[in-house]
Ligand binder design. Structure first.
Ligand SMILES: *Cc1c(COP(=O)(O)O)cnc(C)c1O
Length: 440
């Protein structure tokens, strides 16, 4: 078939260019057994989990809200029967919500990877300078000598908002100078929240890519600066991936089986691809071919769908399709996918779909009305997933293709941010425009 000039099938290119919400199925998904010789595996996820466990006493001591869990930052997995009725209708299966919108400390999924990467850097720096012993009590990072050292060192990041909150809060808590480079679409409340915490916020015209580039350049010229690179970070990726191990435990506790008769469908809001990529990497390695992960992106910023749908993998911006990366879903407002996460996702993801901002606002209200959960626009992107899979022609074809006809699937909608959203902002969301009847 002839390809669009950028290397897409014509229908895919047309849907993307015309900002038409659609479900894309990944023809490059591979059985997990075909991938055993990759450079990364489940051992990397376990290593990150073990290191986070080691950091827990320090987190418990720094953040009172973590005392109850002994320093483990985790969210609940809850059955959502009312939402299930709305989204699945008469289709078989059950639906749960993974509530990362309520993750403590940072209020979004960025609490997983972001906090992990800052802690890793802090420990490496302190060991490198001979201030603590490897393997010793991690709470030594709170000693006066270590704090004095950290005060002369800066941790920087480029962010549309939530990664800045996560990195900024953690870096400041350890005594680092924290610098967050923010894109013009970053919400005002996220900037002021950071400034209130003593974080330096640098604003940039243009989008997320610009903010990252500026931060990277500034940190490169400063030997006492560390830059968290959201466009290429294995540490963020495996920090996020730990969620897969924790989710498995939560499914076990709820006695939910994952096998050929009980496939697991997971819907992940996707920006640069690090958090959903890490999670689906972990889930595919744990559940093999019985887990089906779908990425959810705004019609204005489908950077991961675009990259995965290319005939040959290469970095590419949604601007090449004439898209502007303008969306109320600030957490997903990314024009170009992570160069670390995207190639890893290519054989693992089942597909991706796009949503309009109006659909996001409708689904935010639906989640609030049915389950009483309040999230930010980005975090509502997962709700469209079960509809795409159960009611669209492509979704049904996918289910037929994996012989799901007789099975009882479990659908998990991952809500990724929102518990820190101020009340005035919530009011604005509540009265935002509606999309009218959606065509799935
Ligand atoms: C950042 C973010 C995502 C997506 O994470 P990426 O690693 O950028 O793909 C999803 N939801 C929210 C609320 C976010 O802030």
């Amino acid at each position: 078939m002839t390809k669009d000039p950028v290397g897409l099938l014509p229908q895919v290119a047309a849907s993307l260019r015309h900002r038409r919400p659609f479900l894309w199925l990944n023809g490059n998904r591979r059985p997990i057994d075909a991938l055993s010789d990759g450079p990364f595996g489940l051992a990397d996820v376990h290593a990150a989990a073990a290191r986070l466990d080691r950091f827990a006493p320090l987190l418990a001591s720094l953040f009172p809200e973590l005392a109850a869990t002994g320093g483990i930052i985790e969210s609940v997995l809850v059955p959502a029967p009312n939402l299930e009725n709305e989204l699945l209708g008469s289709a078989p299966g059950r639906l749960l919500v993974k509530c990362d919108h309520a993750l403590p400390v940072a209020g979004s999924i960025k609490a997983r990877g972001g906090i992990y990467e800052v802690l890793c850097h802090a420990e490496d720096l302190a060991i490198g300078d001979g201030l603590i012993e490897p393997g010793g009590d991690i709470r030594q990072l709170q000693s006066d000598a270590v704090k004095a050292r950290f005060a002369r060192h800066s941790v920087a990041v480029g962010s549309t908002g939530n990664l800045g909150l996560s990195i900024g809060i953690m870096a400041a808590a350890l005594g680092f100078r924290a610098v967050v480079h923010m894109s013009s679409d970053a919400k005002a409340w996220k900037k002021s929240r950071l400034r209130d915490r003593g974080v330096e916020v640098v604003e940039h015209d243009g989008d997320f890519g610009r903010a990252v580039e500026a931060g990277r350049r500034q940190a490169e010229s400063d030997p006492d600066a560390y830059f968290v690179d959201d466009e290429y970070s294995p540490t963020l990726f495996f920090g996020y991936a730990v969620a897969a191990l924790r989710l498995k435990r939560q499914l076990d506790e709820l006695a939910i089986t994952v096998d050929a008769d009980h496939p697991l469908f997971v819907y992940l809001p996707c920006g640069v691809g690090g958090s959903p990529g890490g999670i689906l990497f972990g889930l595919r390695h744990l559940f093999g071919d019985h887990v089906h992960c779908f990425l959810a992106e705004p019609v204005e910023a489908p950077c991961v769908l675009l990259r995965l749908a290319l005939d040959r993998d290469r970095p590419i911006s949604v601007r090449e399709l004439g898209l502007a990366n303008c969306t109320e879903a600030d957490g997903l407002a990314v024009a170009q996918a992570s160069d670390f996460a995207a190639p890893l996702m290519r054989p693992l993801a089942s597909g991706a779909y796009t949503v309009t901002d109006d659909m996001l606002f409708d689904d935010m209200r639906l989640l609030d009305r049915t389950e009483g959960l309040s999230v930010e626009p980005s975090a509502a992107a997962g709700l469209a997933g079960p509809r795409w899979l159960t009611t669209s022609a492509e979704g049904r074809a996918y289910q037929d293709g994996c012989a799901i006809g007789t099975a009882r699937p479990t659908h998990i909608v991952w809500t990724t941010g929102g518990s820190l959203v101020p009340e005035a902002e919530r009011q604005r969301f509540a009265s935002a425009r509606s999309s009218g009847p959606a065509g799935y």
